[in-house]
Ligand binder design. Structure first.
Ligand SMILES: [Zn+2]
Length: 267
């Protein structure tokens, strides 16, 4: 589905986005967190999406990338509050002298939050904000119409699928968010997805269809496991996620709890 190499090191994606990869690889973060620097080439300002973890070297590297483009940071935006995306936001704001905008007021620095339908005009771009709850309640995606690109945070990853981080995350809203992204991708059109982890995705419709199909398949497996006598979330994980590395089972258990919660609402 994705012709790019599976090893991802960051770098440019189109003319108006460049990824600075944070040095925090792991089973949940894949190659590390993608910090995105956005702006028209030659613009005096840039927008930084997800400064990343609280890692001084990484944060300074992001600022170097912005300044090497002859720009200053107008604002940092957060896709959501998880520490691998937002942990360095406060320090980055100090270094760059910029505000931080986020859906969750706990992460906001400065006067402005971030809501569905907001347009962030900076760096020659008009970035459109989409509320996409599910991975977490505060998850956002950002559409760059000029580039036909959507920054997806952890709602869609560059490889594999994401965790519905129950109880903050929830499956019903997550499915709604995937459907919303899919319908958007069919209209704008969207040519690529810039995820919060892993490589750029060049076939948005195919990826979103895969995500929706994967969710439907897992849900059916959970239903079957429960019907066959699985009593606890852990027992469901052992049956349904047998194909997944055990280090991911605690995360899978969160997704299972989200699925059980969703099925309970359905009854
Ligand atoms: Zn996350």
């Amino acid at each position: 589905m994705n012709p790019r190499p599976s090893k991802w090191a960051g770098g440019p994606a189109g003319d108006r986005a460049v990824c600075v990869l944070a040095p925090n690889p792991g089973p949940m973060t894949l190659d590390g967190t993608n910090t995105w620097v956005l702006g028209d080439p030659g613009a005096a300002q840039a927008v930084v999406v997800d400064p990343g973890p609280d890692d001084e070297d990484h944060l300074r590297r992001v600022l170097d990338v912005v300044r090497s483009r002859g720009a200053e940071v107008a604002v940092a935006l957060l896709t959501h509050g998880h520490a691998d995306h937002a942990g360095g936001a406060r320090r980055f704001a100090e270094l760059a002298g910029c505000p931080v905008r986020a859906f969750d007021p706990a992460y906001q620095l400065g006067d402005e939050g971030l809501r569905d339908g907001d347009v962030v005009a900076a760096g020659g771009l008009e970035i459109r904000v989409l509320a996409t709850p599910g991975h977490t309640a505060d998850s956002l995606c950002f559409l760059i119409p000029e580039e036909g690109a959507v920054l997806t945070g952890d709602t869609v990853l560059g490889r594999g699928t994401t965790v519905v981080a129950y109880p903050d995350g929830a499956l019903g809203p997550y499915l709604g968010s995937l459907r919303r992204l899919r319908s958007l991708a069919g209209q704008v059109p969207v040519r690529r997805l810039l995820p919060g982890h892993g490589p750029v995705l060049d076939h948005p419709l195919a990826v979103l269809d895969y995500y929706l199909a994967h969710r439907a398949e897992r849900l059916e497996q959970v239903r079957t496991a429960v019907a066959a006598g699985a009593r606890t979330p852990r027992e469901v994980v052992e049956r349904v996620y047998a194909d997944v590395d055990e280090v991911l089972w605690p995360a899978a258990e969160l997704s299972v709890r989200a699925q059980l919660d969703y099925l309970a609402d359905e009854d």
